[in-house]
Design a protein. Structure first.
Length: 246
């Protein structure tokens, strides 16, 4: 006579409640209750139930995945989702980054360079015309916002702006957009003092200039449309120059 098999806990639940086999997490829990050997198996599962082979990742790999999750779902994305997508455990995330805020901070600044802000804070270059510098700055800012607009918006939503640790506290604590505006306004004022620009309100023109450089990125973000960047940059700088020229 064939030996009677012990009742299967999973099938028992299925029959009792009249639904298909339970999700993978619940199924794994049931199996662990039936077999001690299963407890020795360390397996990660995706949120959809598909098994994922455990992998080792560098910190940079995790940050790349974290950034994609944050940009797609916003700064309130669960760490469980980030860990799943990165193929690591939540414990690994917190072991490496301490807190979710710290993870967000490192992920969003992973490839963002703010060298152009420091160049503005250094003042106008006396060896190059102001118009040429404004043209180069426009190209830099237009490219920056096209590449990093989503990151900047995520920074704003998370209120986790990167800080300039090598700057005085009153500067280091400023959000990057505020710091950039103040730096450009000071740059324009210095050029005015040197007699290289005309009379105008530097604060207002700084806002206008930065907004003009952000426009292509916001247009692409809002409508998906692209424009001729060379033509736009040239037209924008020529129009701006009419309002600031000496």
């Amino acid at each position: 006579m064939a030996k009677a098999q012990a009742p299967n806990l999973i099938d028992g639940i299925t029959e009792k409640h009249g639904f298909g086999r339970p999700p993978i997490f619940w199924e794994t829990f049931c199996l662990m209750k039936q077999s001690k050997a299963v407890r020795k198996i360390v397996t990660e599962h995706s949120l959809t139930g598909a098994s994922v082979r455990p992998r080792l990742h560098s910190t940079d790999d995790i940050l790349v995945v974290a950034k994609k999750c944050i940009l797609l779902h916003g700064p309130h994305v669960p760490t469980a989702l980030i860990a799943h997508q990165a193929g690591v455990s939540q414990a690994t995330l917190f072991k490496r980054f301490g807190t979710k805020d710290n993870l967000i901070k490192h992920a969003l600044k992973n490839d963002m360079v703010f060298g152009w802000v420091e160049q503005l804070e250094a003042g106008p270059n006396t060896g190059e015309s102001i118009r040429a510098q404004l043209t180069g700055l426009a190209d830099t800012l237009i490219t920056f916002y096209l590449e990093h607009l989503h990151s900047v918006l995520a920074w704003r939503a998370a209120n986790q702006w990167p800080k300039a640790m090598d700057k005085p506290q009153d500067v280091a604590n400023l959000p990057i957009p505020t710091r950039a505006r103040k730096a450009l306004a000071s740059w324009l004022l210095e050029a005015q003092k040197q007699g290289r620009l005309g009379r105008f309100d530097a604060e207002s023109m700084a806002i206008f200039y930065i907004a003009g450089c952000q426009a292509p990125a916001f247009r692409a973000y809002m409508s998906g449309e692209t424009i001729d960047l060379d033509q736009y940059s040239d037209t924008f700088v020529r129009s701006f120059w009419l309002g600031v020229a000496p």
